[in-house]
Every structure is written in structure tokens, then in C-alpha cells.
Design a protein around this ligand. Structure first.
Ligand SMILES: Cc1ncc(COP(=O)(O)O)c(C=O)c1O
Length: 381
């Protein structure tokens, strides 16, 4: 006899109960955004060290004005997929602006970075099917959306140890002669805040040809990475809004419009999202002090927790899930919102605090965070 909906519900209750027992249950808390760096949960206000709003653009008056103007001009939604009637003049302008900003021939705008990664991978798989096949080499710490994309496309893939270019080279050396090799990695890793060895990859490409698909979700707007053949950027993090874009050659973007199922079979982003993307690029150009400040705050925090560099994602690795949850709770008591990131998002035994910085954090807010972290460290001995 097949399962009833009630059977399914009791199966789910049992499964989620196990997750809760392992401190891995995920849930949401409704919050009220108060500003680019402050939120209210219940009746408590927090400084938000959990958002990817690195440049504070979520609340930038110029972006809000651009959205309002587009809303009045273009309406709310785009009403159809891009290949039907969802590609407005505002979308066309945004894709040109994004490509110019990234220094690529063209770009394609999608509803999310997640979909952008899927569409890029689907396009490469479709092209591989018409030639000698394709194999993806994916960094072990690369984002779930890249792995899901490869798995979802039933593509051949190999995972290489994090940033292990010697292993990548060995895999490339073993590749069948006509098979397209695609290296998938991130410019700034989302949970560790460290960087891909882009110079090493570019150098390797001279010796062993491959396509470099770089997920720039966390570096777009904060750094300008160069060297990728295909870049995926998100508009949802430093750029303050929502959406993603695949940036590459004219030919690759034309292929994506034809073969990227995540693009073809989804309604295009609302025109106001496209308008905001163009405005975010203009603001980033006009206000470079935003990226400079978030990087300088990041350097300060990273130094304090014993890390080099200036990327605004700062992991504080604590080990077990319960420890990370307890640390997050303590910071919360001090009015600081810092999430505990646990498996399966990060490997078992590496549960952590994930602190993210914004240029809009004030110096006293950052000092307060550092004081609490230092206090917690003393208590741990
Ligand atoms: C590295 C990375 N790639 C892609 C994505 C997906 O981007 P989006 O949130 O715009 O769907 C994320 C978002 O969490 C990410 O961290």
C-alpha cells in the first residue's frame, strides 16, 4: 500500500526530530529590517553581522529611487520569460551595464545567482553533448548551487580538494583529448571567506586548457576578479537587491539563451531589478569608499580572530554544532546578530560563527563585536 499524506507527515516529523536532536534543524525567524545593518526580531534590536550586504546598498537612496522610477515606468513584474516578452529595454540596458562592469563581451540576467549557476552549467552540458563531452572539476568547498547544477544536469564531475591546483592539473592531464574540461570554483568562498588561487588557475590554463567558471557571488562589488572565462555574479549580496548574471563571451551568452534551461523556463526578473542592477553599478563606481571601508573593517576583524586578508566573510570555527549555537546565542544577548553555520552547510566538526561585515557598520559596533568575541575566547580558556 502506498504512503498517505499523514504517513508522509509523520515521517517528516521523525526526520526533523532527528535533525533537531543533532542541532541541525533549520528554521526561520521573521525580522524587521531597520537599516542596512540593523534588524528587529520580536522586540529586540540587533546589529546585523549576518547579511551579505557588504556595501550597504539595500538601503541606498539612489537604488531605491531607481526601483521606484522603473516600477512606475515598467510595472511590477516582467510577465513572461525573457524569450517571450520578459526582456524589456530596462533588462537590455542592465545586461550591457553588467558586461561593461565585468569587462566581458556580454551578460545574461537571471532571477538568482542559484539559477545563474544552473543555467551556465546546463549550457556547458548542452554544448558538451554536441562535441566531445564535458567534465566538471569542482572545488570541494564550492557553493551548493554549483554542485546542484552539475548533479542536476547529470554531468560527469570530479571534486578536487580545496584550492588544490596540483590535483586539478593531474585531473586535466588524464582528460580524454576532445572532452571539454570546466573548472568550477568561487572567487571568495562563501563559508570560509578565503579566495581561489586565480593567478595559479590562469597560469595553469596556459599549460592545460580548460574553461574557468568562477562564481563571484561574494566578491562582486568588493573585489574585481579577472581571469575567468565565465563569471557568475549575484545582484543579491553587495549589490543590494536580487538576481544573478552570467558574464562571458557574446557566443557563450547566446548559447545560454538557447540552452540554459534555468533561464529559458523561468519568468525574467522584474524590470525594477534590472534598473537597480544598473544603478548599483553606477553607485559602486561613484562611491569606491564603500568597498574600501568594508575591506578595512574586515581586515580589523580578521586580524583580531587570527586571520589574514580583508574579505568581509569572517569564519570563527568552533567545532560542534552546540558550541556554535551557544556562541551565536551569547552574541545575540549582546545585541549582535551572528549566525551559527552548521552541517550540512559546512563539514562535520567545523561548525562556526560566520561574521559578515558591511561598510555601514560603525567603528563602535565593530569594537563591541570584538570585545564580545575576546570575552568568549577568555571563557573558553
Ligand atoms: C557562492 C554562492 N554562489 C551562489 C549563490 C546563490 O546566489 P543567490 O542568493 O543570488 O541565488 C550564493 C548565495 O548564497 C553563494 O554564496
Amino acid at each position: 500500500m502506498s504512503l498517505t499524506p499523514a504517513d508522509l507527515d509523520s515521517f517528516i516529523a521523525e526526520d526533523l526530530g532527528l535533525r533537531a536532536g543533532a542541532h541541525q534543524l533549520r528554521s526561520r525567524r521573521p525580522l524587521v529590517p531597520l537599516s542596512s545593518t540593523h534588524v528587529r526580531i520580536g522586540d529586540v534590536d540587533y546589529v546585523n553581522f549576518a547579511s551579505n550586504n557588504y556595501l550597504g546598498l539595500t538601503h541606498h537612496p539612489r537604488l531605491i529611487a531607481a526601483a521606484e522610477q522603473s516600477l512606475r515606468r515598467d510595472g511590477l513584474g516582467s510577465g513572461a520569460a525573457a524569450l517571450i516578452t520578459g526582456h524589456t529595454a530596462t533588462h537590455a540596458q542592465a545586461k550591457t551595464d553588467i558586461a561593461r562592469w565585468k569587462g566581458t563581451q556580454d551578460s545574461v540576467l537571471l532571477p538568482s545567482g542559484y539559477q545563474a549557476n544552473h543555467a551556465a552549467v546546463q549550457t556547458l552540458v548542452a554544448l558538451g553533448e554536441k562535441s566531445g563531452g564535458v567534465r566538471f572539476l569542482i572545488d570541494k568547498l564550492a557553493h551548493a548551487s554549483l554542485l546542484d547544477a552539475v548533479r542536476g544536469a547529470s554531468a560527469e564531475f570530479r571534486v578536487f580538494p580545496h584550492n588544490h591546483l596540483a590535483k586539478v592539473e593531474r585531473l586535466l592531464a588524464d582528460a580524454p583529448p576532445n572532452q571539454l574540461q570546466v573548472v568550477l570554483t568561487e572567487s571568495i568562498f562563501s563559508m570560509d571567506g578565503d579566495a581561489a588561487d586565480l593567478a595559479g588557475l590562469v597560469e595553469l590554463k596556459q599549460r592545460r586548457p580548460f574553461i574557468l567558471l568562477l562564481d563571484e557571488a561574494h566578491s562582486s562589488g568588493v573585489y574585481s576578479a579577472r581571469g575567468a572565462d565565465i563569471s557568475v555574479v549575484t545582484l543579491s549580496k553587495a549589490m543590494g537587491s536580487i538576481g544573478g548574471a552570467v558574464c562571458g563571451s557574446t557566443q557563450f551568452c547566446a548559447a545560454l539563451v538557447n540552452y540554459g534551461r534555468a533561464y529559458i523556463f523561468s519568468t525574467s526578473v522584474p524590470p525594477w531589478v534590472a534598473a537597480v542592477a544598473s544603478e548599483a553599478i553606477a553607485v559602486m563606481r561613484d562611491e569606491p569608499q564603500r568597498a574600501a571601508r568594508v575591506r578595512s573593517l574586515a581586515r580589523r576583524v580578521r586580524q583580531a580572530v587570527g586571520l589574514n586578508g580583508d574579505t568581509p566573510i569572517v569564519p570563527v570555527i568552533l567545532g560542534e554544532e552546540a558550541q556554535a549555537l551557544e556562541a551565536s546565542r551569547k552574541l545575540g544577548e549582546a545585541g549582535l546578530l551572528v549566525p551559527a553555520v552548521r552541517p550540512p552547510t559546512v563539514p562535520k566538526g567545523s561548525s562556526r560563527l560566520r561574521i559578515t561585515l558591511s561598510c555601514d557598520h560603525t567603528d563602535p559596533e565593530v569594537e563591541h563585536l570584538l570585545d564580545i568575541l575576546a570575552e568568549m575566547k577568555r571563557q573558553l580558556g
